[in-house]
Design a protein around this ligand. Structure first.
Ligand code: NAD
Length: 485
């Protein structure tokens, strides 16, 4: 069985305490690898390696950092099949999705920041005849990067690439539930010739290895993607240490459909935004609001399409929806379906595990696509993040009412809005609490735009210039000008 190692100072090394955790394949419930159960001592070793590598790496010309990151991007692409298979096994997601979304996006993340770093600029201000001011953007030192299990390599590289491109060194921890592709990435970085200590990976539990990274006094930058409760804990530790922190947290996103929308486009995209990756995407539209005049016909067509989705072995071609990440998470999702019934909801399809997912996956963690109606907007099922293949559908009468509904959660990550009325789209986009509003689409991503959430969905933004700014310290240099100008 594969025994994953930490990657510290350019070497694959075992955890100092010699302890390992089981790595379970969600589709089968079987252990398929072991990962280090690292503790503070492993983190200390990784931070020391990153500190030692910082000065040379931060002084490496941007063109050379760019070349190395482009090389890593090319190696990710060359290993598409191997990485996609590892991701599908580790996360329970359809192999098709890992091949077409997760792994290509990981390569794009490296390519995007590798090229961004050779095109960036900083401000300069002339203060009348008195002075010239300009801004240096310097790397901040060791960046601590912590990522979740739902889009493992995709989100891991979304942090690693900008941190390295800007000249920081890195101590990163992928989720303990999906360590495999981060481990394979360390091999690719080694092959690409990334200098030792520039990129370090410590595997293990959030409460042990993750917490040790966040609390380490020599790690001044923390970029975290994960749950809102964990984000609050990280903020409590990092605040008094004056760390620069970015928190990308949970979501409970509205998908708003007006009667004038093109229903033939709305339906397939809404099915994707509800159930893609088993509904385990922070951006999923889990609350669907439909204008009352088309509500009955929309519900009928949506339920018919949801019921047709193929739930089963992630490795089988044609599977639309794989397994949830763990038995614990499956039970959490099922508990929300039970709660929906108690809160007065009517389950129109799904509602539990599928009857038959084939012999190999009998002990896997599957839940059918589930559609619930008749729930009040302010009930728990409509306010709390479920993070599974469960959506609610609610009718609305007018723009004001649907804005109220959309904003009735503590989250503010993203929203989708379907209408042919451009004026209405502009007006509503301004009023909805969300870091991103998609109009007549969902998950259409341009890596240059700011990405992140408001309210309890997070603090700070990733992507494009926002990421380059986050991972650098702005320093103003003011030069007094003298003499006759
Ligand atoms: P999680 O918060 O349980 O774990 C995320 C990461 O943090 C893991 O690597 C974990 O080991 C680590 N961690 C846990 N406790 C820690 C602690 N005390 N200190 C430091 N690190 C700790 O989240 P999850 O269950 O892995 O991911 C699902 C959540 O992530 C959902 O809420 C989802 O909405 C959110 N998410 C948000 C975005 C976004 O961009 N906003 C993207 C993907 C997922």
């Amino acid at each position: 069985m594969l025994r994953i190692a930490n990657f510290i100072g350019g070497q694959h090394v075992p955890p100092l305490a010699g302890q390992y955790l089981p790595n379970i394949e969600p589709a089968t419930g079987q252990v398929h690898a072991e990962l280090p159960d690292s503790d503070g001592r492993d983190v200390e070793a990784a931070v020391q390696a990153a500190l030692a590598a910082f000065t040379p790496w931060s002084r490496t010309p941007a063109a050379e950092r760019s070349r190395l990151l482009l090389d890593i991007a090319a190696r990710i692409e060359a290993n598409l099949d191997r990485l996609a298979h590892a991701e599908a096994v580790d996360a329970g997601k359809p192999l098709r999705l890992a091949r077409t979304v997760d792994i290509p996006r990981a390569a794009s993340n490296f390519r995007f920041f590798a090229t961004a770093i050779v095109h960036c600029h900083s401000e300069a201000y002339r203060t009348d005849q008195l002075a010239l001011n300009y801004t240096l953007r310097q790397p901040r030192g060791v960046a601590g990067l912590i990522s979740p299990w739902n889009l493992p390599l995709y989100l891991f590289t979304w942090k690693v690439a900008p941190a390295l491109a800007t000249g920081n060194t890195v101590v990163a921890k992928p989720s303990e539930l999906t360590p495999l592709t981060a481990h394979l990435l360390t091999e690719l970085c080694q092959e690409a010739g990334l200098p030792p200590g520039v990129f370090n990976v410590v595997h293990g539990l959030g409460s042990k290895a993750g917490a040790a990274i966040v609390a380490h006094p020599r790690v001044p930058t923390i970029s975290f993607t994960g749950g809102t409760v964990t984000g609050a804990e990280i903020a409590r530790t990092a605040g008094p240490l004056f760390k620069k922190v970015a928190l990308e947290l949970g979501g409970k996103n509205p998908n708003i459909i007006f009667a004038d929308a093109d229903l033939d486009a709305v339906l397939p995209t809404s099915i994707r935004s509800a159930f893609e990756n088993q509904g385990e995407i922070c951006l999923c539209g889990s609350r669907i609001f439909v204008e009352a005049s088309i509500y009955p016909s929309f519900v009928e067509r949506f339920v018919a399409a949801a019921a047709k989705l193929n739930v089963g072995d992630p490795l089988t071609p044609g599977t639309d929806q794989g397994a949830l990440i763990s038995a614990k998470h499956r039970d959490k999702v099922l508990s929300y379906i039970q709660l929906a019934k108690e809160e007065g909801g009517r389950i129109l399809c799904g509602g539990g595990p599928p009857a038959n997912v084939g012999e190999r996956c009998q002990a896997g963690y599957f839940v059918q696509p589930t559609v619930i109606v008749d729930l009040p907007v302010d009930c728990r099922v409509n306010r709390e993040e479920i993070f599974g293949p469960v959506v609610t559908i609610t009718p609305f009468q007018d723009d004001a009412e649907v804005v109220r509904y959309a904003n009735a959660t503590p989250y503010g990550l993203s929203a989708s809005l379907w209408t042919r009325d451009l004026n209405r789209a502009h007006q509503l986009a301004e009023k909805i609490d969300a870091g991103t509003v998609w109009v007549n689409c969902w998950l259409l991503r341009d890596l240059r735009v700011p990405f992140g959430g408001m309210k309890q969905s997070g603090v700070g933004r990733e992507g494009g210039e926002e990421a380059l700014r986050f991972f650098t310290e702005p320093k103003t240099v003011c030069i007094r000008l003298t003499g006759d100008m």
